[in-house]
Ligand binder design. Sequence first.
Ligand code: NAD
Length: 280
Amino acid sequence: MVAGSADANRQTDHAQLLRGQKALVTGANSGIGLATAIALGRAGADVVVNYVVGEDEAHKVVEQIEGFGVRAYAHQADVSDEDQVTAMVARMVEEYGTIDIMVANAGLQRDAPLAQMTLAQWRKVIDVNLTGQFLCAREAAKEFVRRGVVEEVSRSAGKIICMSSVHQTIPWAGHVNYASSKGGVGMLMQTLAQELAPHRIRVNAVAPGAIRTPINRDAWSTPEAEAELLRLIPYGRVGDPEDIARAVVALASDLFDYVVGSTLYVDGGMTLFPGFATGG
Ligand code: NAD
């Protein structure tokens, strides 16, 4: 590696893009969050592994991250509970000194056609997927503003990455709670990006397409279901959690320092209206 400024070194040594940074990932004991927490650790960040249920899985993720020679611990909190989110970020600041990267990833589905969807199903999805992101972003932003930019660590005062979905823009019959929550995440992200950019805080979203995780097992776990799903993916493969994890690492790093208020679609072309490839 060529010797140079700390910044140049950070940018050329991709394996250590996030050296010295402190990251929190919500819902980090499964699927995309799990892969993201590991990728952030591999990139040199100390990581807080949030989980709500599944303590054993969370501890396994912590062990893997510690294997990269960085720090990690598991923290149980429900992202839709204000006191629990506040306490989670406060503990992180106590243990690691600060927070540089908040990945608001936790999310769930409670699917039903409109007529059968209960208010409880509607509220649960909005509470976790949208209110949870609001609470996590708010608590992280308070610390980013308090601390400001530390040049040796990153060019920005902090990064918030909202885990959205292609359903931020693609309507989804039978999933009105989920699609509404992700549409909301898109506007939450842009509004926070506008509000926080003057503090040198970057807020962006990653919008995955179909990724092989427990949340959508029915969509890929049989050959018939997978073939049906592939009709929606021009690139011809279902995504892996690592596809999303790499995008998060890049977006969180100074390589993407001028990217503010963007949604990065990581979807194998799912948002390209694939039906129009042969029709229209
Ligand atoms: P997953 O079910 O494997 O992971 C979701 C995680 O969120 C789990 O760890 C779960 O315990 C956690 N969680 C749920 N409720 C929580 C709460 N109240 N507090 C804290 N954590 C909570 O699913 P995934 O596919 O890895 O989903 C991760 C994110 O990616 C979600 O926001 C989801 O909407 C989004 N996403 C996934 C796909 C996909 O195809 N898998 C596509 C688009 C977007």
